[in-house]
Design a protein around this ligand. Structure first.
Ligand SMILES: NC(=O)c1ccc[n+]([C@@H]2O[C@H](COP(=O)([O-])OP(=O)(O)OC[C@H]3O[C@@H](n4cnc5c(N)ncnc54)[C@H](OP(=O)(O)O)[C@@H]3O)[C@@H](O)[C@H]2O)c1
Length: 246
């Protein structure tokens, strides 16, 4: 008897880490839904994975759009009836460069736009999909965070991230980490595990060409957390199996 295929939704799945997470989950036998705010970019990414003989399709999903969130929830409900993996990968870094600390002059719009995508959007999407995640035997939610969101490392002179003070991006990832902790606690008696991932510094449009990891390497942490066994952790923050300081 063949086992039912597991269903995974990856937001921001049209390029970068999201596309590679989709590829790796596809290779593990998951039916992959690549969320993309541009339908054409999503379709071409899904086509790419299908050409590699993977089960992939695109879904229109701007995580800041309540309509898109409702539509994607309805689509997954009607086509599959449940969801096994949600990778909240979509994200923005609106600050230019990596070295300037513009906290004292940052306008509210940049903070709001960053939080809309990196925090409010993924919280709303996760809440909307929770009834479908609850129907899975072993659901996994992976929140793609960043070591830049580690409050303790930001506060520690000499730490690897101490000098990278991107106020909007870093605070949005710190808030996302708190979402991980709170949701994992609320769901602690269920089959749903919720963890934050730091992919590493990865060569993507966001990470830039100077990054030291390929997307193939950067997707490893997210895929590992998306496929955790029943005795795996929940409510943690990890990079390649190692815990990262909050
Ligand atoms: N690269 C790194 O070194 C690194 C390190 C730590 C953490 N991360 C995190 O990893 C995740 C993926 O980043 P990446 O490096 O792959 O960056 P990327 O290549 O810039 O990809 C970002 C993805 O997010 C999508 N996105 C942005 N806003 C969205 C929205 N409102 N709704 C839906 N999708 C949206 C983008 O869609 P469009 O193509 O339409 O713009 C794109 O698919 C992010 O959360 C990032 O913060 C990256």
């Amino acid at each position: 008897m063949s086992e039912k295929k597991k269903i995974a939704l990856i937001t921001g799945g049209n390029k970068g880490l999201g596309l590679e997470i989709g590829r790796q989950l596809g290779k593990l036998g998951y039916a992959v839904l690549l969320g993309a705010r541009s339908v054409s970019k999503g379709e071409s990414a899904a086509k790419q994975l299908r050409a590699e003989k993977l089960d992939a399709r695109a879904v229109k999903l701007d995580v800041t759009s309540a309509e898109d969130i409702a539509a994607v929830t309805r689509t997954i409900e009607s086509k599959f009836g449940c969801l096994d993996v949600l990778v909240n990968n979509a994200g923005v870094k609106l600050e230019k460069g990596w070295t300037q600390n513009t906290t004292s002059i940052m306008d509210a719009a940049m903070l709001r736009d960053t939080f809309d995508a990196n925090f409010f959007g993924l919280v709303a999407l996760t809440q909307s999909l929770l009834p479908l995640l609850r129907k899975s035997d072993a659901a996994r939610v992976v929140n793609v965070s960043s070591i830049l969101g580690s409050v303790s490392l930001q506060a520690t002179p000499g730490s690897p991230t101490y000098k990278t003070k991107l106020f909007a991006y870093n605070t949005s990832k710190a808030a996302l980490n708190m979402f991980t902790i709170h949701l994992a606690h609320e769901l602690r008696h269920t089959n749903i595990k919720v963890n934050s991932a730091h992919p590493g510094w990865v060569k993507t449009d966001m990470g830039g060409s100077g990054a030291n990891m390929s997307t193939e390497e950067g997707a490893r942490t997210e895929v590992q957390l998306a496929t955790l066994p029943a005795d795996g952790p929940s409510g943690g923050f990890f990079h390649e199996g190692d815990a990262i300081a909050w």
